[in-house]
Write a protein that binds this ligand. Structure first.
Ligand code: ZN
Length: 249
């Protein structure tokens, strides 16, 4: 296996990137350093990035006195401010508003929603979570991956193939005028076995600034730096690492 694919060979010239993530702030947590580098280098344009955010974020708090409806609204607003920061148009962000923490893919309902947006937006690259590894090892220990991330990661891959390609799945989409779309390339975050590693050390101040839009989720700059060093760092470097997958038929 090629364990060191250069990220520019994947990103250069991509016309439509779709990030399918579980929560508001996941795009920033897992992909923002890489996207900021790609935008700065001119490999991609921010207006070519779309987000599909599956849950409403209404349970993403460690306290109990927070009203889920208030938190949902706050997290939508936080997400929009973060997109402004990167230059991604607000209309490129789509909320599915499944209930935070309770995402299932019963009767392929989630796959249907993701397939709908794949058919509509016709991305040439999908960014998503890892739906296939529950525990991954990092330099500071073993980490358990959030259930919503695993459910969304699996549904997103299934939506990419075969559901969004084959028109007999979810025929109501075709009646709406949508065509099948075959999405070939996927970058998966949160993996024990990355084949793409992006050194984002220089972009860390910008990534931290971006994440500070999500005031409901973070504690301090130091906490964020430590979190990223522990979970995705290597030595003194801050990385975003991915498994790059091509879908073969
Ligand atoms: Zn998340």
């Amino acid at each position: 296996m090629n364990a060191n694919i250069k990220v520019q060979t994947i990103l250069k010239g991509k016309q439509r990137i779709l990030a399918v993530v579980a929560h508001p702030d996941d795009f920033e947590d897992y992909f923002s350093g890489t996207m900021l580098i790609a935008i700065e280098k001119g490999w991609i344009k921010p207006e070519n990035i779309n987000l599909l955010i599956v849950t409403d974020g209404s349970n993403g708090s460690r306290g109990t006195i927070v009203d889920p409806e208030v938190l949902k609204k706050l997290r939508h607003e936080e997400q929009m401010k973060a997109l402004d920061h990167v230059g991604i148009p607000r209309e490129n962000c789509h909320f599915l508003d499944f209930k935070d923490g309770y995402v299932h893919n019963n009767e392929n309902q989630l796959t249907e929603r993701i397939s709908y947006f794949i058919r509509k937006l016709k991305p040439d690259l999908l960014l998503t979570h890892n739906g296939f590894e529950a525990i991954i090892e990092r330099q500071s220990g073993m980490y358990y991956i959030h259930k919503d991330h695993r459910v969304v990661g699996q549904a997103a891959l299934d939506a990419a193939y075969p559901y969004s390609r084959d028109l007999l799945f979810f025929p109501e989409h075709h009646k709406e005028g949508l065509e099948g779309h075959f999405l070939l390339e996927v970058l998966i975050a949160e993996t024990q076995y990355p084949n793409v590693k992006v050194d984002i050390t220089k972009k860390m101040p910008e990534k931290i600034a971006l994440l500070k839009n999500f005031m409901s989720q973070i504690e301090s700059d130091d906490w964020l730096y430590k979190y990223f060093k522990d979970t995705t760092g290597e030595g003194d470097r801050y990385l975003e690492s991915y498994k790059f997958v091509k879908i073969i038929i």
